[in-house]
Design a protein around this ligand. Structure first.
Ligand code: BTN
Length: 242
C-alpha cells in the first residue's frame, strides 16, 4: 500500500482524512517530518518540530461494529510499546487510555479518528506521534516536565525509519491476530504493557476524584476500578494518577 511522505504538513491526520475520502485503500500511510498544525486528543495541540519526531497516520477500513473501534487504538499502543521494548531496548509503558510513557513521562500519543454512518465504519485513522530525537530544550516549556523522547531515554540519537517500519510491521501482525482471534489476545498484551493495571490509582474526573485498584480493562477499553467496598466502577474518561 501507499506511503505519502511530506517534509512539512499541517497534520498527517488531515491529509489521511482527505485520502480516505477520495477512496484510498486500507494501509495507506501519511508520514511527515514536521507538522505545523499537529492535533492531540481533546482538541489539544501536538508539537512536531522538524527532524526529531515520528508523525504518521494510518488508514484502516475494518468491518467492525462502531463500539469496537477503541480496541484498535489499544492495539496500536501495544505495537508501539513492544517496538520500544523489543527493538529499541527501552522500557516503556501504556498509561490508560493510550499515552505511552518512559520513566513516567509521555513519549508518544495516539489519536484515533473515525468516519462512520449508522454503525458502519467507512474508515478509521490512527495517528501516532512519537518523540524520537527531541532534546529537552526542544519541548515547549509547558510540557517540558512531563514529556520525554527516545533520545533523552537512551542518551543517543535513533534512526526514525527503522522504528517506523517496526511499528507498522508489528501493528499489521497484531491487526491480523485481532481480525482472526478477536480482542482477547490483544487485551492480554495490552494489560502486560500497561502501567495502570494492578496498581492503586487516583481517578480524577469533572465529577470529582476517588481512589481504587485498577483491575483491568473491559472489551471496549473502559478502565475497571475496584473500590474499597469491593464494587467495580467503570471509568470512561479521566485523568489517572498512579
Ligand atoms: C495525544 O493527544 O496524546 C495524541 C497525539 C497524536 C499526535 C499524532 S502525530 C501524527 C498525527 N497527526 C496529528 O495531527 N496528530 C497525530
Amino acid at each position: 500500500s501507499e506511503v505519502h511522505y511530506y517534509p512539512t504538513i499541517d497534520s498527517t491526520q488531515n491529509k489521511c482524512q482527505e485520502l480516505a475520502k477520495a477512496g484510498a485503500p486500507e494501509g495507506t500511510l501519511v508520514v511527515a517530518d514536521q507538522q505545523v498544525g499537529g492535533k492531540g486528543r481533546l482538541g489539544r495541540v501536538w508539537h512536531s518540530p522538524p527532524g526529531t519526531n515520528i508523525s504518521m497516520s494510518l488508514l484502516l477500513r475494518p468491518t467492525l461494529e462502531l463500539q469496537k473501534c477503541p480496541q484498535i487504538t489499544l492495539l496500536a499502543a501495544v505495537a508501539i510499546v513492544e517496538t520500544l521494548r523489543d527493538f529499541c531496548a527501552i522500557d516503556a509503558q501504556i498509561k490508560w487510555p493510550n499515552d505511552i510513557l518512559i520513566d513516567g513521562k509521555k513519549v508518544c500519543g495516539i489519536l484515533t479518528e473515525l468516519n462512520a454512518e449508522s454503525d458502519r465504519i467507512h474508515y478509521l485513522i490512527i495517528g501516532m506521534g512519537l518523540n524520537v530525537n527531541t532534546t529537552a530544550e526542544q519541548f515547549p516549556e509547558d510540557v517540558r516536565e512531563v514529556a520525554t523522547s527516545l533520545y533523552i531515554a537512551k542518551g543517543e540519537p535513533l534512526r526514525r525509519v527503522p522504528i517506523i517500519q517496526q511499528i507498522l510491521y508489528r501493528l499489521e501482525k497484531l491487526y491480523d491476530v485481532y481480525l482472526e482471534d478477536g480482542f482477547a489476545p490483544v487485551k492480554e498484551r495490552w494489560e502486560r504493557c500497561a502501567i495502570t493495571i494492578g496498581k492503586k490509582v487516583t481517578i480524577r474526573t469533572l465529577q470529582g476524584s476517588f481512589t481504587g485498584y485498577a483491575e483491568g480493562i473491559d472489551d471496549s477499553g473502559v478502565l475497571l476500578v475496584r473500590r474499597e467496598d469491593g464494587s467495580i466502577t467503570k471509568v470512561y474518561s479521566a485523568d489517572v494518577e498512579i
